[in-house]
Design a protein around this ligand. Structure first.
Ligand code: MG
Length: 368
């Protein structure tokens, strides 16, 4: 089987409400999504999506994906898409780094492999069943009272796991946010406090040694070394996210005891092929992981949730649905959807999601 054509589509995905991160330093209103359609001489068609969370969250941006694809796509014509590892080697040779450029192509190849094998991606990735995956709410930074109100509203929709965004310039307010939310959670609910790298190490140590809460704390500082410094001096379990760009970062995090868990995000790491390597490493060392994508429609969410559903239950905490924050749905009700606090991955062959052609419009680039 050979790839014959790669079609690239661009669509804006507006958020239902503006979203604030990192103590209000970063604001997001629209995501720039790139959809990739990979065609083959066997008639099978694969889909993938690359949607950074704006251009300030990570070193990734929508136009960068399409610029990178103009370099990569011509090298993929004639290649067998049923070997995502071999396709990744070609992409890494032709464009070192830039993992976020590669995830949509990689997911489309897994989609084709699954259709060829007549198996859903969760099964190709080692899963035994379309396992339920808990999903977590995502609570934008605000006053402690406003954040608690959002958590209670999420609880009404079935969410039992929450990610509360903290990390302002006011240390006292962060201590108040963390302790009030932790103490007021509905019975049996769990929360992670996501700092989104806003604290200097001394601030992180001060806040976390002042709060009573012993919940997970995510990405307290900018770099892996700073987070490792903090992890050695606080008693909260630490989850790492933005500073984890490639496999070596995960190896370093393990060696330096920097965390007890990581976020595994295909678009940040370069697709399912590399996310799977990290997932397997995390299982081997006993990490607890959140497996989800950086952003995007239910197509990107579904690709990530196939990996989550195929991960042993003790090694995964919960996953997040980016598409729950969007006011448009380019995959019309398909893929993973909130079933009252959890999702189930599709059991159709491959990815199990096909975009609505009317919503994507004409391709912005075609490579053949
Ligand atoms: Mg995070």
């Amino acid at each position: 089987m050979k790839i014959t054509r790669v079609l690239v589509y661009q669509i804006d995905l507006p958020l239902t409400h503006p979203y604030w991160l990192s103590g209000g330093r970063l604001k997001f209103e629209t995501l720039d999504a790139t959809f990739v359609q990979v065609e083959t001489d066997a008639g099978l068609i694969g889909w993938g999506e690359g949607t950074p969370w704006g251009h300030t969250y990570l070193p990734a941006h929508g136009p960068g994906i399409r610029a990178g694809l103009s370099i990569l796509a011509p090298h993929l014509i004639g290649v067998d898409p049923r070997s995502p590892e071999a396709v990744m080697q070609i992409m890494d040779l032709q464009l070192p780094g830039h993992p976020y450029v590669k995830s949509a192509i990689d997911v489309a190849c897994w989609d084709i492999l699954g259709q060829f094998a007549n198996m859903p991606i969760w099964q190709l990735l080692g899963g035994d069943a379309p396992n339920e995956v808990l999903i977590n709410s995502s609570i934008s930074t605000g006053t402690p009272e406003d954040m608690l109100a959002l958590i209670l509203a999420a609880a009404d929709k079935g969410y039992t796991v929450h990610s509360a965004k903290v990390g302002g310039t006011d240390v006292g307010l962060d201590i108040e946010r963390i302790d009030m939310i932790s103490a007021s959670l509905p019975k049996g609910h769990k929360v992670t406090f996501d700092v989104n790298r806003a604290w200097q190490p001394a601030v992180a140590i001060e806040v976390l040694n002042s709060v009573k809460a012993r919940d997970w704390v995510e990405q307290p500082c900018q770099t892996l070394d700073q987070c490792a410094h903090v992890a050695a001096r606080v008693s909260n379990p630490i989850m790492l996210d933005e500073c984890m760009s490639d496999f070596n970062d995960h190896l370093e995090a393990w060696k330096s005891s920097a965390c007890e868990g990581v976020k595994v995000k295909p678009n940040r790491l370069g697709g399912l092929t590399k996310a799977r390597q990290v997932r397997d490493f995390g299982v081997a060392v006993g990490w607890q992981m959140h497996i989800e994508d950086v952003g995007g429609s239910a197509l990107a969410d579904t690709a990530a949730l196939h990996l989550a559903a195929s991960t042993p239950a003790p090694n995964r905490l919960a996953s997040w649905l980016s598409h729950d924050h969007l006011s448009v749905d380019p995959v019309s009700g398909q893929g993973v959807r909130n079933l009252g606090g959890h999702v189930v991955p599709p059991s159709l062959p491959g990815l199990g999601v096909t975009p609505d052609p009317d919503m994507l419009g004409a391709p912005v680039a075609v490579y053949s």
